[in-house]
Design a protein around this ligand. Structure first.
Ligand SMILES: NC(=O)c1ccc[n+]([C@@H]2O[C@H](COP(=O)([O-])OP(=O)(O)OC[C@H]3O[C@@H](n4cnc5c(N)ncnc54)[C@H](O)[C@@H]3O)[C@@H](O)[C@H]2O)c1
Length: 464
């Protein structure tokens, strides 16, 4: 049974005082009284007293068929649902959303694909608990608004199911620990579905990094630079919840797309780890200005005030001394970018547009088109899966991530990302909010692996 005494704060209809409990102020309370760490001078964050982490990466017994209950079938959830309908060894047994029509639509899609009709759960915000309790499932997968990710993952694990969640997995340090603690306690997978790790170029770069083309990797830059003003003010989809987080939270609210691929290249939690972070945000102008330009006199949107600085930048130092720049920029007019820069002792890749430089191979001091290297360094997953993934969301990478999740579960292997990755990447939300609120003071990452990052093996070049 899920702990209903500790409900999430649904941003869609919350009162602002409540939101503070989970936002920056929530974290502030958690780190209240922290002493500066003697070694680094960075403020430390709450650690857990759950003892040692497992020595091996977690793998569950293999299963022929993965029985799935899906929660939240809006924009992203319905895209995953369509992918899962096409992947062998999947049984979509149940679907849950607060909007009954969305549940019905997913049931129809399943039937149209020649599958049995999944059971629907649409009796309100907590109906996922009933689904977790009643259904025989292997995996509960959710693509709900951010504030529901942790309660759904925890309800799944408490009911003996693996959990997969959209990004970010959590946005307070306490909730990051809750995921880790429950995954270890119940011996379940709990992973964050970071689709960008499977992107065409990100996969190619990882492949090049693993072959040593860029030498030792020393630095990465990434981010989420996406003009979301229209989406945030929409009367449907993310417009119902995403803007609300910007009322009271100021930091990097969405760090994992930019950071995920960099973390893989730097072997975070597998030979290195994020050690501390500093963060600063600039002024908040974009959303207010957009509301004035797009809503009539007297409309409530024109009176909304936002804490979120339009541009937030964070710097992360790893234990092995590597540096990472992470950007969050979603309220201003601009073309899309995730930056995607990976730099080593022999060269670098830089995204948007994709180009690279390899010492001894590229003309001196000159960029080359990354496309010219694609055939040579294409990731094997893309080689095998590109055709099947065609037409799926975000250029095919969403299909790759869903495929790999199912493949790992069916084969009884560790998943490509695990609960420690989910926690470390998502922790940037809460840590950046804390640093912004404290004049950019450094703050330490908790070591969610409790030392296992030293011995966990790096993620190899996975194949389909
Ligand atoms: N990986 C990516 O590229 C990517 C892209 C878009 C969104 N996302 C993530 O996916 C998640 C969902 O985003 P979206 O764009 O699909 O938003 P959305 O608003 O379109 O979908 C959310 C769905 O969850 C449902 N919902 C809300 N509360 C619920 C509850 N308590 N129980 C069951 N259903 C509930 C809503 O009715 C809606 O159908 C977010 O975490 C977002 O960050 C990821």
């Amino acid at each position: 049974m899920s702990d209903r005494a500790d409900p999430p704060i649904p941003a869609s209809n919350m009162d602002r005082r409540e939101l503070l409990k989970v936002g920056a102020a929530g974290l502030g309370a958690a780190v209240l009284g922290v002493a500066a760490s003697a070694r680094s001078g960075a403020a430390s964050t709450p650690q857990s007293n759950i003892g040692q982490a497992p020595a091996q990466l977690f793998a569950a017994p293999p299963m022929d068929v993965v029985r799935i209950g899906f929660v939240g079938v809006g924009g992203m959830g319905s895209a995953h649902w369509r992918n899962l309908l096409r992947i062998e060894g999947v049984e979509l047994k149940a679907v849950c959303d607060i909007v009954p029509e969305k549940v019905e639509r997913m049931q129809e899609l399943a039937v149209e694909a020649g599958k049995p009709k999944p059971k629907g759960y649409d009796r309100g915000e907590w109906d996922f608990v009933r689904m977790c309790e009643e259904e025989e499932l292997d995996l509960v997968y959710n693509a709900t608004p951010w504030e529901w990710h942790v309660p759904i993952c925890v309800a799944a694990m408490e009911n003996d199911k693996h959990a997969a969640t959209e990004v970010p997995a959590a946005y307070t340090i306490e909730d990051c620990w809750r995921l880790v603690e429950n995954a270890e306690k119940y011996q379940k997978h709990c992973l964050m579905m970071e689709n960008v790790n499977y992107g065409r170029w990100e996969s190619m770069v990882l492949n090049m990094v693993r072959q040593g083309v860029f030498g030792e990797i020393l630095h990465g830059e990434g981010g989420y630079l996406h003009d979301l003003r229209e989406i945030k003010f929409s009367s449907e989809g993310e417009g119902l919840w995403r803007r609300n987080h910007a009322w009271t939270r100021n930091g990097n609210l969405y760090p994992t797309h930019g950071l995920g691929p960099i973390a893989q290249c730097l072997n975070i939690n597998r030979g290195d780890r994020f050690e501390y972070l500093v963060s600063m945000s600039g002024p908040s102008r974009g959303l207010q200005q957009y509301a004035k330009e797009h809503f009539p006199e007297g409309a409530p949107q024109r009176y909304e005030k936002f804490a979120l600085g339009d541009v937030n930048v964070s710097l992360i130092k790893t234990t092995n001394g590597k540096t990472i720049y992470v950007d969050h920029d979603t309220n201003l007019p601009r073309p899309y970018s995730r930056i995607h820069l990976i730099q080593g002792t022999k060269g670098l890749f830089s995204g948007y547009p994709n180009r690279l430089y390899i010492e001894g191979r590229s003309p001196a001091h000159s960029w080359e088109e990354a496309q010219d290297y694609y055939e040579e360094f294409q990731h094997p997953l893309w080689k095998t899966m590109e055709e099947r993934a065609a037409g799926a969301g975000h250029g095919g990478m969403d299909f790759m991530e869903d495929y790999r999740l199912i493949q790992c579960l069916r084969e009884g292997k560790p998943t490509d990302m695990n609960v420690y990755d989910a926690a470390a990447l998502s922790a940037v939300c809460g840590l950046s909010e804390w640093s912004v609120a404290h004049r950019s003071e450094p703050i330490e990452f908790p070591d969610f692996t409790r030392g296992r990052w030293k011995t966990n093996p790096p993620l190899g070049i996975v194949e389909a």
